[in-house]
Design a protein around this ligand. Structure first.
Ligand code: NDP
Length: 296
């Protein structure tokens, strides 16, 4: 039995944050200001609060300015849109991230659509989405871009490889498929209506699982030697006597590791890449907004 090598997203993300910090240090004297990221949080969702705190901390650690806007749960659509307008016009803000999901009474798409494409560091506006589909440069959603970085780091040239993306969300599955197509992979997008999913996945040299179903992908779905990127983050129910359940991905890690060539763990795989790419997108946007060349 072979054992897959582990793709260490935590280490890669640390390196990426180091590069962002170097770029941010050069940006400040050239632009006469720090690059800035504004994060908007509406309501009290505990997971969102943790993410926002972590984003703010890492932004500052990279030498950029962090602007946090916390609004109450009962914020109206008009107040939220007015804040987005204010941030769009603020010359100190290079990136705007509205933490999703928003409370149910708010129209998420309308809020995202209001973000200026030049500050759309989450890559979710129709302009960013369209540019990605057209193969034009632009800001790309953080989780899929981070996943692609890990794949390219592991495999080098992806051209001609069969890639199966499980999941077709706007946030992960669809942009992931576009990115892989841009690398000349032969891409299949699978979803909840896909017939015989294990058989579809078995054709893949690259599997990206973004489903939200704990440990769904098993060893016998995987082509021997395939590279597996597990985007899923699922918390299992707590075992007896413990308070918190274990975090697992959409892939049965122990099982799939016996067949795959390389695999991302959960936690420590794609997860740490998401914020690191957000910071990278912010410094890229800052250079564009200040009309400065980016020495990547
Ligand atoms: P969504 O719920 O928006 O999308 C899930 C997708 O999986 C849908 O396209 C759905 O199909 C498909 N699906 C659901 N059940 C099945 C099934 N049984 N077989 C095949 N396909 C199925 O989730 P997200 O894309 O937002 O997130 C996916 C996972 O990634 C989650 O675990 C989430 O927590 C994690 N995540 C991790 C991030 C990170 O930083 N690492 C960032 C973002 C997400 P259909 O369209 O037909 O309903």
């Amino acid at each position: 039995m072979t054992q897959a090598s582990i793709i260490d997203g935590k280490a890669f993300a640390e390196g990426l944050r180091g590069k962002v910090a170097e770029l941010a240090a050069k940006f400040e004297p050239a632009a006469g200001r720090k690059a800035g990221l504004a994060v908007v949080l509406v309501g009290e969702d505990p997971a969102s609060q943790v993410y926002v705190r972590s984003k703010g901390k890492q932004t500052v650690a990279c030498g950029m300015a962090s602007f946090e806007h916390k609004l109450p749960e009962d914020t109206t659509q008009d107040v939220l849109l007015a804040l987005v307008d204010q941030l769009n016009a603020d010359p100190l803000v290079d990136g705007i991230l509205v933490q999703l999901p928003l409370p149910k009474h708010l129209d998420e798409q309308a809020v995202v659509d209001r973000i200026s494409p030049s500050k759309d560091v989450d890559g979710l506006t129709p302009i960013s989405t369209g540019r990605l589909a057209l193969g034009l440069p632009g800001l790309v959603p953080c989780t899929p871009l981070g996943s692609l970085m890990l794949l390219k780091d592991r495999l080098g040239n992806l051209s001609g490889l069969n890639a199966v993306v499980i999941g077709r969300s706007i946030l992960v599955g669809k942009p992931m498929a576009q990115l892989l197509l841009g690398e000349n992979c032969t891409v299949t997008i699978a979803h909840s209506r896909t017939q015989d999913l294990p058989e579809v996945v078995r054709r893949a040299d690259i599997v990206v699982a973004a489903v939200g179903r704990p440990e769904m992908v098993k060893a016998d779905w995987i082509k021997p030697g395939a590279t597996v990127i597990d985007v899923g983050i699922n918390r299992l129910p707590p075992a007896e006597g413990s308070e918190k359940g274990r975090l697992v991905g959409d892939v049965d890690f122990a099982d799939a590791s016996t067949v795959a060539g390389a695999i991302t763990p959960v936690p420590g795989g794609v997860g740490p890449m998401t914020i690191a790419v957000l910071l990278r997108n912010t410094i890229v946007a800052a250079h564009r907004n200040a009309d400065l060349a980016l020495a990547e």
